[in-house]
Design a protein around this ligand. Structure first.
Ligand code: B3K
Ligand code: ZN
Length: 849
């Protein structure tokens, strides 16, 4: 596909006053008739977007059929010459026929298990009808849906309905990517919400009738989100109804269509027997995320898709704040950093690195990335730290005030902060425009006589594709000082680093303290500093900042694992320090569980590569297993006590407190299984009544290769529950011993219920195998081949999901020559497919570059 550049932006030469759609649904021949009121805003022809799948029956201007001589139609656009158009304003009409049943790409209008639904972001509306399908063209929509199906929905408020039809009106001007339509045999959990100004809003979570008993939690999450946005941001909901619909076939998690959010069913449906604690937390967060988009994304949208992080970074930041508020802020921050490093740092360090605001793309759907989302959120966290809570609130108030109803840019966003706080953000903007993760190096200079500690920082960012020059950025560095005996001698202070190298001095210190660095993970950087295991142990035991405390333990574990993977042994300080954490009853169990969770194999490989050596996946796997076994035997007593003590009595609740206890219990279970051969896991599997404990136990049994009975039981009990069976398909390739994983995955792929056209099922199995580090990177290339073969099969059916999954290959350059050759061969086979989609084509080319 053609490359698009940010610098080429030009405004659309028309405004749309009103958009009117009349949609008569039929699986193979849906008829969409449109009337779009245009008003000229600048010179030029009328160019509309439309996919090759539109069977155009008629085109009219002000009701009169258009003379073919004035109309040029390609597979992608329809152009009407300026001369053929009325001078000021006119109504464009079209009638097209489309085929939702044939739509396996799940973009535009498609069928999911008999439910008609849409996915229009980023450029799906053009598969429904001819339209200026770009986010800066906003219009109110009036939509009539015709179908025999009982529930007919679109955006906005219901206006009228009758036998076989319903009319909806959305008064808020919106771009086409926020359009949605749903028709199906659905049932709702219904409730209402009274907004802060006293308006009553009808709420519905629509699901298939059989799923109705699993939709209550989603409704609770929605109400919580609506209240939170009022309290935290002063944002009120603006329509009479808010509808959520769950569908089984969905390329992503969910979509924030105005007043009609459409969700992947796995992010709506939950019951204790079928969903884990992690599922519950994720459902709550995604419901919040999509709801928060109503202001950050919908009322204020993006001028063009280069600005995607304007809405996504901000909305992720907001959903992270929400979860921190309704659960544990300390635990949430650690989880978010783990995700950021596992996905975004990984992306930033490889061939797919790009800035939060890219300046070019071929296929925009390939840019819904960890960098745009998660790093986009981190950048806002830094801004907030720099301007303070009050400055942040003032800036956001100004943003909503100034830009409501507009399609904006990152420049608009930063200008609001500059105007509200008086701060110059020219240098800060580099966080948006530059790719790569800065490395922050710290060396310390201690002057005992003067009682002075000097911190010497150097920042450096390695070149990334297309960007060799990396000027210094503004880095907010939150530090504290802890004395060797564990007292905090200096509470958190935020240092603002702006130069490539910069010193900061601290006076009046009686003895040399330990530096608690990057508290709260105050900037998305990697840290390079010399520190003894003993100093880390001081922080792990005493730091007042829970993130830095966790980080100290994580660093100790990482050092031990890297040493072991390279033939050495673990520093006994780590094993010992961990004992202190296990025995500290004052700690939040969820926090202890995070400390107990050893760095993942992919993260260890990344660290080894960062330290300048080539990671060996087999050695890494053995090291991690060995360290787990060592910790287990060293702390058997405490772990076994914890396992018993952390049992949660009574009825299941997905709240943070019991969930935290369960996560610690399962962490202990995992370690203890190194000693008891899986006895506790088997007993837990047999007795557990909730899916959290079931899956915790099952993962252990699969790792020990003794899950046969459990898996058979799972299938017998849950064979017809798609979401539970997705877990069945993912836990096996993911947790199996590496040498078994590919054969296990192949056997699963042969099952008749491996419905690979369903994105959840495909991701469970193929993504599950790719998440088994030592199996995916097997020396014989069997892991690479398995994944590549399946991507080749999926690509013609669903290019978006295939392209997204192809990122599992992005780390190939860090491995040895044999593995590199095998990964390259697998990718080249994929690249050579004559019909390879533009989506996957772009990804594979970039990964191989
Ligand atoms: N905005 C959607 C993502 C759309 C994906 C397009 N391929 C979900 C979200 O971020 O809320
Ligand atoms: Zn979003």
């Amino acid at each position: 596909a053609e490359t698009r550049f940010l610098r080429d932006y030009s405004p659309y030469p028309f405004r749309v006053r009103k958009t009117r759609l009349d949609v008569t649904l039929a699986p193979q021949g849906t008829v969409v008739s449109s009337r779009i009121e245009f008003e000229r805003a600048g010179p030029g022809p009328l160019v509309l977007d439309g996919g090759a799948g539109l069977r155009t029956r008629s085109v009219t201007i002000d009701g009169a059929p258009l003379d073919a001589a004035h109309l040029i139609m390609t597979g992608e656009t329809l152009t009407i010459a300026e001369a053929a158009l009325p001078a000021r304003s006119f109504t464009f009409g079209a009638e097209v026929e489309i085929d939702p049943e044939a739509n396996t790409a799940l973009e535009g209008l498609y069928l999911s298990g008999g439910i008609f639904c849409t996915q229009c972001e980023a450029e799906g509306f053009r598969h429904i009808t001819w339209y200026p399908d770009r986010p800066d063209v906003m219009a109110p929509f009036r939509v009539t849906v015709r179908s025999d199906l009982p529930v007919l929905l679109s955006n906005g408020n219901p206006v009228a309905q009758g036998e076989g039809w319903a009319e909806w009106h959305d008064p808020w001007p919106k771009p086409a990517y926020l359009f949605a339509l749903v028709a199906g045999d659905l049932k709702a959990v219904s409730d209402s919400f009274t907004t802060m100004s006293g308006r009553k809003v009808a709420l519905n979570v629509w699901v298939r009738p059989a799923d109705l008993d699993r939709a209550d939690f989603a409704m609770e999450a929605l109400k919580k989100s609506m209240r939170w946005d009022e309290t935290a941001y002063g944002r009120e909901y603006d329509l009479d109804v808010f509808n959520i619909v769950a569908v089984d076939d969905f390329n992503m998690g969910a979509m924030e269509n105005k007043g009609l959010n459409i969700f992947n069913s796995k992010l709506v449906l939950a019951s204790p027997e079928t969903a884990t604690d992690v599922d519950y937390e994720r459902i709550e967060a995604v419901i919040a995320h999509e709801y928060f988009h109503n202001w950050t994304g919908n009322r204020i949208t993006c001028r063009d898709w280069f600005q995607l992080c304007l809405k996504e970074g901000l909305t992720v930041f907001r959903d992270q704040q929400f979860t921190a508020d309704v659960r544990s802020a300390a635990v949430k921050r650690i989880e978010d950093v783990v995700t950021l490093r596992g996905r975004q740092f990984r992306e930033d360090a490889g061939p797919l690195a790009h800035p939060p605001r890219p300046d070019r793309y071929e296929e925009i759907n390939n840019f819904y990335t960890a960098t745009v989302y998660e790093k986009g959120a981190e950048v806002i966290g830094m801004l907030k730290r720099l301007v303070g809570d009050e400055g942040y609130r003032k800036s956001l108030d100004l943003y909503f005030d100034r830009h409501d109803g507009q399609a904006c840019t990152i420049e608009d966003w930063l200008k609001v902060f500059e105007d509200a706080t008086g701060r110059d953000l020219a240098q800060f903007k580099r966080w948006y425009t530059d790719a790569g993760t800065p490395k922050l190096s710290l060396s310390e200079d201690w002057d005992g006589e003067a009682g002075r500690l000097t911190l010497r920082f150097i920042q450096a960012t390695a070149p990334t594709p297309g960007q060799s020059d990396k000027p210094p950025r503004v880095i907010p560095i939150a530090v504290g000082l802890i004395s060797q005996n564990g007292d905090e001698v200096m509470p958190t202070r935020v240092l603002e680093m702006t130069e490539a190298r910069q010193d900061f001095g601290f006076d009046g210190l009686g003895s040399r303290p330990v530096v608690s660095l990057l508290r709260g993970f105050s900037a998305p950087v990697t840290v390079d500093r010399a520190m003894t295991a003993a100093e880390r142990a001081v922080l792990l035991a005493h730091d007042t900042d829970s993130f830095a405390r966790w980080q100290a333990g994580h660093d100790l574990a990482m050092d031990a694992l890297v040493a072991m993977a390279q033939g050495g042994s673990a520093d006994p300080v780590f094993t010992h320090a961990l004992g202190g954490v296990l025995d500290d009853a004052s700690l939040d169990p969820a926090f202890v569980a995070l400390v107990l969770r050893l760095p993942g194999e992919d993260e260890i490989a990344a660290e080894i590569a960062t330290r300048g050596t080539t990671p060996d996946p087999d050695a890494i796997h053995r090291a991690r297993e060995a360290l787990a076994a060592e910790l287990a035997s060293e702390h058997e007593r405490s772990l076994s006590d914890l396992y018993d003590r952390m049992e949660v009595p009574g009825a299941y609740s997905p709240e943070a407190e019991p969930a935290g206890r369960r996560s610690l219990r399962l962490a202990a279970l995992g370690l203890l299984s190194r000693l008891d051969g899986g006895q506790r896991a088997q007993a837990l599997w047999d007795s557990a009544s909730n899916m959290t404990e079931k899956m915790g136990a099952l993962a252990v049994l699969v790792r020990l290769d003794r899950a046969g009975a459990a898996l058979a039981g799972m299938e017998a009990h849950f064979g017809d529950n798609r979401l539970v069976m997705d877990k069945f398909f993912s836990v096996q390739p993911m947790a199996a011993p590496p040498a078994r994983a590919v054969p296990v995955a192949k056997a699963l792929a042969d099952r008749p219920d491996f419905d690979w056209k369903n994105p959840n099922r495909f991701r469970s199995l193929i993504g599950g195998l790719a998440a088994n580090h030592a199996a995916f990177h097997a020396l014989d290339g069997s892991g690479y081949d398995f994944v590549a073969d399946w991507l080749m099969r999926l690509d013609p059916v669903n290019p978006q999901t295939a392209a997204r999954l192809s990122t599992v290959f992005e780390t190939w350059p860090r491995y040895d020559a044999d593995r590199r050759a095998r990964a390259r061969a697998a990718l080249e086979r994929l690249a050579a497919l004559p019909s390879l989609s533009g989506n996957t084509g772009e990804m594979v080319r970039r990964i191989l570059a």
